[in-house]
Design a protein around this ligand. Structure first.
Ligand code: SF4
Length: 351
């Protein structure tokens, strides 16, 4: 048991490693103490990342029609989710899409494709996209997320200029069979290790809200710590209609804050990203999450829409943070909107 959240943060800043009992206690934080927890985790965040927010931008190079059966995924085998389905974007299109995110403030572009894993031809396709992207945007970081890697593919991606490789462990090993039958947790660990061995920065994180227990959530975070993930995206399950997890609503905003705070305290110096599903699950508490996480995806996700990119940037500025690598010029405030509805008009009120 720790005495206060501040004492816990102090110990973490002094190099202590969170143990299971402490981690479970963080997840059990009573509602009225969540702000104290956020403040304590926020101290750790600021010690390592000051007031900076890393902005990442997703480009879905190939969407839908995956032969794997991950239960959370709208692109899975048998998914009836009405998402975009298309084969590989051309190099020019991929670079144009990435350019929009870079213009919006992203310092990292994540090139993603659906599927079990790339063939060697796919790796060459991505290598050519990365080459073209680097010609136009030499300073941008590139992360690839192409599924399970075979021997030699990580090395080829590194040689092509890819900086990082994303492959999420998603959940605890003990929960893995419940969410996927076509590959294993060990397969995922293997790919993260292949990426690291090739010199790619490992990016690996979670999807929470998939039926995991608190113990399993702690297992998953400890596994990410042990595997040395440089960046931990925390995704909040978006239960797409047409997938097995449709209708699964286990999260609420305070629970999401507890989970992000735990990720920060378990992996204090690691990039922690408030990732997919933050809008629908954190809702009005999204800005508080920025005081714990130091990274987000700008704009849209792979198959779903996020909040407007300009609102993401406004949220960052309003909370006293700055976008990593961007100039600090703010945007002009919106003008006052004159009421033209409700009382005194024939239009419906805003209620
Ligand atoms: S392998 Fe990737 S794209 Fe395919 S179902 Fe799983 S998460 Fe979705």
């Amino acid at each position: 048991m720790f005495k206060t959240y501040d004492v816990l943060a102090e110990r973490v800043l002094d190099g202590a490693v969170l143990d299971r009992a402490e981690a479970l206690e963080v997840l059990a934080t009573p509602d009225h103490e969540v702000l104290d927890l956020v403040a304590a985790a926020g101290r750790v965040r600021r010690a390592h990342f000051a007031n900076l927010v890393k902005v990442n931008y997703l480009v879905n190079l190939k969407s839908g029609l995956c032969p794997e059966d991950c239960g959370y995924c709208s692109q899975r085998l048998g998914s009836d989710a009405d998402v975009l389905k298309y084969s590989w974007l051309s190099t020019a299109d991929a670079v144009r899409q990435a350019g929009a995110g870079i213009a919006g403030g992203a310092s990292r572009v994540c090139l993603v494709s659906s599927g079990r894993g790339p063939g060697d031809r796919d790796v060459e396709r991505v290598a050519s996209i990365v080459g073209a992207l680097r010609t136009e945007h030499p300073d941008v970081e590139v992360c690839a997320c192409l599924g399970l890697l075979q021997d030699g593919q990580a090395e080829r991606l590194a040689e092509a200029g890819v900086d990082a490789y994303n492959h999420n462990l998603n959940t605890a090993e003990s929960n893995y069979d419940a969410i996927c039958s076509t590959h294993t947790y060990a397969d995922r660990v293997d790919t993260v290790e292949k990426a690291r061995a090739a010199g790619l920065s490992p990016c690996s994180g979670l999807i929470v809200g998939m039926g995991e227990t608190d113990d399993q959530l702690v297992d998953a975070l400890f596994a990410l710590r042990d595997i040395g993930s440089d960046s931990v995206p925390v995704n909040f399950l978006m239960p797409f209609d047409g997938t097995p997890l449709a209708g699964t609503w286990e999260l609420d905003p305070l629970r999401c804050l507890r989970i992000l705070a735990l990720a920060r305290l378990v992996c204090p110096a690691t990039e922690v990203r408030m990732a997919g599903g933050r809008e629908m699950h954190l809702r009005s508490l999204q800005p508080l999450a920025l005081h714990v996480a130091n990274s987000l995806f700008l704009g849209d996700y792979l198959t779903s829409e996020g909040q407007a990119a300009k609102d993401d940037l406004q949220m960052i500025a309003d909370n006293g943070f700055a976008v990593l690598g961007a100039d600090t010029e703010g945007r002009a405030p919106d003008p006052v909107a004159i009421r033209r509805r409700g009382a005194g008009t024939t239009d419906a009120p805003n209620a």
